[in-house]
Design a protein around this ligand. Structure first.
Ligand code: HEM
Ligand code: HEM
Length: 170
């Protein structure tokens, strides 16, 4: 069991949660745009718009995730009681999100502006993140409807995060 998050951490979490699906909706336009250009045809205008959205929203996701990571390092979640196996898996998945999303945004920038050769790994990264999001959603649903605890509330209502020394039992 962990203590809660600040309003800024919560706001950033949900902003990222809105932007990431946009990446999946717009990602396919890039291949279509490049294909049209290689075939000597004019790309569809809406694909070009989506390509731009993908690049800029992706850069925003990377910067916002960097901001979240900085806040997390300044205000690490405090563990209350013994860490269960489920807590350990959740911690691993949360750490994995920071690594995977920051790497995904960095690979996208490299593919677009430096070296397109990295693009296949960016595509594989998108599948890995999709699986992680599915697991994350499953866990949130499980906590809400089966365990019926306050896990999702922690990401909705800001809560103070006292230092470990002030916690009961310490
Ligand atoms: C965390 C943020 C990001 C996610 C989740 C993401 C996700 C995706 C997805 C789902 C695709 C389509 C994969 C497919 O064809 O099946 C894609 C393609 C692509 N993305 Fe991103 N992306 C992100 C950030 C970025 C950024 C910041 C850029 C560039 C500034 C970028 C550039 C590209 C490029 C160039 C492709 C085409 C790759 C190809 O067709 O081989 N992405 N991305
Ligand atoms: C692509 C979208 C998402 C990403 C990248 C993401 C990422 C993360 C990360 C990294 C954390 C850990 C926070 C930390 O300890 O610093 C977290 C926590 C959390 N997320 Fe998400 N999330 C996403 C979408 C969602 C959605 C749609 C829900 C809906 C129910 C959700 C519910 C939660 C909850 C309840 C927590 C708190 C878990 C805890 O404190 O044990 N997330 N998320």
């Amino acid at each position: 069991m962990k203590r809660g998050y600040s309003l800024t951490q919560i706001g950033l979490h949900w902003l990222i949660a809105v932007l990431v699906p946009i990446q999946y909706l717009t990602g396919g336009s890039i291949e279509r745009t490049h294909h049209a250009v290689h075939m000597g045809m004019a790309p569809v205008a809406w694909d070009i718009v989506q390509h731009h959205i993908h690049n800029y929203a992706g850069i925003a996701v990377g910067l916002l995730m960097g901001a979240r990571l900085t806040l997390r390092l300044m205000r690490p979640p405090v563990q209350v009681g013994t860490e269960t196996a489920a807590d350990k898996i959740a911690r691993l998945l949360h750490h994995g999100f920071y690594v995977a999303i920051l790497a995904q945004a960095a690979m996208g920038v490299i593919a677009s502006y430096v070296w397109f050769g990295i693009a296949p790994i960016h595509v594989i990264g998108s599948r890995i993140i999709l699986a992680m999001v599915a697991l994350h959603l499953f866990a949130a649903t499980w906590h809400t409807f089966v365990v019926r605890d306050d896990t999702v509330d922690r990401m909705i209502f800001p809560r103070p995060n006292p230092s470990a020394e002030n916690l009961p039992g310490n």
